[in-house]
Design a protein around this ligand. Structure first.
Ligand SMILES: [Zn+2]
Length: 173
């Protein structure tokens, strides 16, 4: 079915979605946007597939997993999770996630597949380092003096320790 959308429908949808998330009823949203309750329901269904919004916003996903937003984006870039819906308003791209994403991330965190050097999640097809940059960085010390090697290894060790603590802290919460 082809629906001709008014130019402001996206804006309405954004507001309606945000209000719905904060617990507003269809009637309350309708009153705020000067639309009928039924129209709000339609807009929500058109844009999000349901007026009950089973999908999670990035913020909700983040708080359920107790991870930082950049961490979620890392997992997204590494294709550990893929958004169900992408929805663009102006310059902002909103991502919506299925509740499955929570399970996927938890499973992923359990397997501990992270870059040996930087601690980012490993993209598919990579086993030790997340990128060639990390591989090269990690192998740099081969060509350094003994003192520099020692220093480098020490800093890598500290870095990994910090990553481990951070991941552990994120997983335990
Ligand atoms: Zn890396």
């Amino acid at each position: 079915m082809q629906v001709v959308q008014k130019p402001d429908t996206d804006v309405c949808a954004t507001v309606a979605y945000a209000m719905r998330h904060s617990g507003a009823t269809l009637q309350q949203i309708g009153d705020a946007l000067n639309l009928t309750k039924e129209r709000i329901r339609q807009i929500l269904i058109e844009h999000f597939g349901s007026s009950r919004h089973p999908l999670l916003s990035t913020e909700q996903l983040r708080s359920r997993l107790n991870l930082s937003r950049p961490r979620i984006m890392e997992l997204y870039r590494a294709k550990v999770i893929t958004p169900e819906k992408r929805w663009v308003t102006g310059d902002i791209c909103h991502l919506l996630w299925s509740p499955e994403a929570v399970k996927k991330v938890n499973n992923y965190l359990d397997t501990g597949r992270f870059c040996k050097r930087c601690g980012c999640p490993l993209p598919r097809g990579r086993r030790v380092f997340c990128s060639n940059e990390c591989y090269q960085e990690d192998h740099k010390y081969r060509y350094k003096s003994d003192i520099a090697k020692k220093k480098h290894l020490e800093s890598v060790r500290r870095y990994r320790q910090r990553q481990k603590v951070a991941v552990h802290a994120a997983a335990v919460k």
